[in-house]
Design a binder for this molecule. Sequence first.
Ligand code: ASP
Ligand code: MG
Length: 453
Amino acid sequence: MTRVYPQFVVAKFGGTSVADFDSMNRSASIVLADDHVRLVVLSASAGVTNLLVELSEGLESRDRMDKIDTLRAIQHNIISRLKSPSIIGKEIDQLLENITRLSEKVWEAPSAALSDELVSHGELMSSLLFAEVLREREAQAEWFDARKVIRTNSLYGCAEPNISQVEKQAEAHLRPRIEQAIVITQGFIGSDDAGHTTTLGRGGSDYTASLLGEALHAARVDIWTDVAGIYTTDPRIVAQAQRIDHISFSEASDMAAFGAKVLHPATLLPAMRKNIPVFVGSSKNTAAGGTLVRRETENPPLYRAIAVRRKQTLLRLHSLNAQPAYAFFAETFAILAEHQVDVDLVTTSEKGIALALNATSSTSGEDNTLTTALLTALSAHCRVEIETGLALVTLIGNQLHRNAGVCRDTFVELDAHCVRMICHGASNDNLCFLLPDDAANDAVAALHRRLFE
Ligand code: ASP
Ligand code: MG
């Protein structure tokens, strides 16, 4: 019998939630506990993507074998706990063989397309195993290749989805399946027009879940991770961090954009477009509850959270001649645009511009923000100073511009540090400080104490 699921839920499980057999089993219980969950999006088992990224960088034979042995052990630990492991074991071994072959190939002739194909195997393996775990629990589960639906451009390592294509393909290939079975698919991976595998950037599985939620008009997207929701700051930095039960899309997407690790920064965009609530919880402790992210929250507080983003670079550019400021700014930004520099924060003075740049989140992990070509072009036009080893600490709140005392509350806690840049004004809802990286934890802890404890 075909049932129609208008109120269906997409559930995404992160790497720690599918790290081993017991974690997969716990996650399977979460899926089976809610009839509305019809589509499951998975990350690779914890540690697997890191190993594949190392392999994709090209390793010598012996290192290659070591990594592949580690990968095999992770998979076989899960397989050995299955009731009838033979069929699935063969499929996984086939994928491990692909990994071996691709990592040899990438060592001989590296290419970004090859790297993405290699790295995609983590999600292919975890999803096959998870579908099997569900089937062994008598669920009607169907494995599905996300690359059929997540259509992207060819920016390997950080590909961008084509939203209308994703909607079209999801309607054609996924809609009929979720009405028949619980569909298990991969986060993070997609395919371009040529049919090559692409990846959405590190942590991209969250983004897949919300893209599919958007495409199929899900009633909710659940993100199951290893923390019970979104906290006022990173609990690893400040033990007193408090869980936020309800948070708005804009607050949570600011948090993700400014470095809070709990969600991939692009995740909330599809959810916002279709007004789909996103729940974040811990698969290891469902009783602990979690955070619901939705369009509006009651009584948005003045101060919501503190985020921190590491590995920031400050680029300071000084005009060399007496040209007017507007001409200097226009020329500078033209160069930045030509080199596709993702400028993050900007401050200006009459003869200079300071820019904070964020390292890319590309799957390859290499930071190519400051290329030689860019620096050559900039140096021909102005004096360039670069400072690295910085961190961006951001206070996220609501209507900060209407409240006197915000500067006093924050500046007093940063008194001990040399602040390199301050940004406020373009957004009413955040205030950013660029500091030396080694000062960031102290600054976050001090701000948290004053504003949240
Ligand atoms: N497995 C990928 C990563 O580790 C994607 C994800 O987990 O979201 O980045
Ligand atoms: Mg993640």
